[in-house]
Design a protein around this ligand. Structure first.
Ligand SMILES: [Zn+2]
Length: 423
């Protein structure tokens, strides 16, 4: 109903002036140069309408022609964006499936669309590295050097390749150059300090890491402590930097005990036990030159207090058994040894059982298992080589600061997930 009314009024709106004009046609006289045009007002209006229509038509046509290149460019750009978007998706999928060929292809398509750019060049270089094609990787890295924003990435990549190729001098040069651009870059600082450490320049290596904050990377801080130790710093100075270094903990416990500061030695043991779990630290604490049962008992109580928070671990139980044994508490020693599951008994535990058997006639000693577990050893995080003693340099792979106590609760993998993206 409303629609009918609407149509009716629209028709009325157009018809009324037309009808009115035909009723009052009027007269228009135009004198132009030597011509005299006489026409009705209606025709005059119609001509005016016709001309404005033509004018609008030509104006729109003109606009379309002028705007053609712009529109064409816009359409092309949209297509380009679509291609780039698809290629990026393909690259991510290929990274996940480890398809290097497709990663390469995606990066090349992007390069073709937008020319040389950091992203494609970087992806191509990483892909070349993972294919062990260092020559190609270097070519791309050097391309990155030419761009201001890509310079650091290029230098980092070149030093990484030099390290992989064992060209230590070259690696050092690129690392030093990269630190000129980003002096606080943790990766470059870490790698350069390790390089210096390799050539026994401990002091220089430690100095380089001076500005690194602990929350940034515990492993780098630990390295600095190691370098300081090698450079001959006082154990207390090293302890202030990192609490994760077993040889230092042992030295400090010894130092405080010798100084008669038993309480301080206890604090060091308490602060480091949970992470390090190395029974040698307990041995150092309970070891006394002149046997004194009162001192031994006091030390046992302190060990108990220091180790109690991690009582579930077998190393803690063994540590307590050792401390109890030193205090001649045979029953306590037995209790802690029995708490360790038989399948976890190793030669250290068997040895303590034997000693207990020799010292106490009244205690009943269990039958020793036939198969005993391997005694825990030090292990290199890099090459997994087992050794009987700690050393700063792995004797097998020569890496610095990688040897840890296998029972320690230290971070075993320091690599970031992104480093694993292509390798
Ligand atoms: Zn190693």
């Amino acid at each position: 109903m409303i629609k009918i009314f609407k149509t009716f009024f629209i028709i009325l709106f157009f018809i009324t002036p037309v009808v009115w004009l035909s009723n009052y046609p009027g007269e228009v006289k135009i004198l132009w140069r030597d011509y005299f045009i006489e026409t009705s007002f209606t025709l005059y209006i119609l001509i005016l309408v016709f001309f404005s229509f033509c004018l609008s038509f030509f104006y729109l046509l003109y606009k379309k022609i002028i705007g053609f290149p712009e529109n064409y460019k816009l359409r092309k750009n949209t297509q380009k964006l679509e291609i780039i978007g698809n290629s990026l998706n393909e690259i991510i999928k290929s990274i996940n499936s480890g398809d290097n060929k497709k990663i390469d292809l995606g990066a090349r398509i992007i390069k073709k669309q937008i020319g040389n750019n950091l992203f494609s060049t970087y992806v191509l270089s990483q892909s070349a590295i993972s294919n062990n094609d260092y020559l190609k990787a270097k070519k791309y890295m050097k391309m990155l050097l030419k761009e201001k924003e890509g310079k650091f990435i290029g230098l980092k990549g070149l030093s990484l390749i030099a390290l992989k190729e064992n060209s230590m001098k070259e690696a050092q040069y690129y690392l030093e150059e990269s630190l000129k651009i980003e002096p606080d870059n943790l990766w470059s600082l870490d790698k350069l300090s390790l390089l210096l450490a390799r050539s026994n320049e401990w002091e220089k290596a430690a100095k380089l890491l001076e500005s690194v904050k602990i929350k940034k990377n515990e492993k780098v801080i630990e390295n600095r402590a190691n370098f300081l130790m090698q450079a001959g710093a006082h154990p207390l100075e090293v302890w202030k930097v990192s609490k994760n270094i077993i040889p230092i903990v042992i030295k400090i416990i010894r130092y405080y005990i010798d100084e008669g500061k038993e309480r301080k030695a206890y604090e060091v043991l308490a602060q480091s036990w949970q992470k390090l779990q190395y029974v040698g630290m307990v041995k150092e604490f309970v070891c006394i030159k002149e046997p004194d049962i009162k001192v031994s008992l006091r030390r046992f109580k302190l060990v108990l207090k220091a180790l109690k928070p991690s009582l579930e671990s077998d190393e803690t139980k063994l540590g307590l058994a050792i401390a109890a044994f030193h205090a001649s508490l045979w029953g306590e020693t037995k209790k802690y040894l029995e708490n360790i599951k038989q399948e976890n008994w190793d030669s250290r535990i068997i040895e303590l059982w034997r000693k207990l058997e020799n010292n106490s006639d009244r205690l009943e000693i269990p039958r020793m298992p036939v198969n005993i577990k391997d005694t825990p050893q030090w292990v290199c995080k890099n090459c997994e080589k087992l050794t009987n003693s700690w050393s700063i340099k792995c004797e097998n792979c020569k890496e610095i600061g990688q040897v840890i106590w296998s029972k320690s609760d230290l971070e075993k993998i320091n690599q970031s997930h992104f480093e694993n993206l292509f390798n």
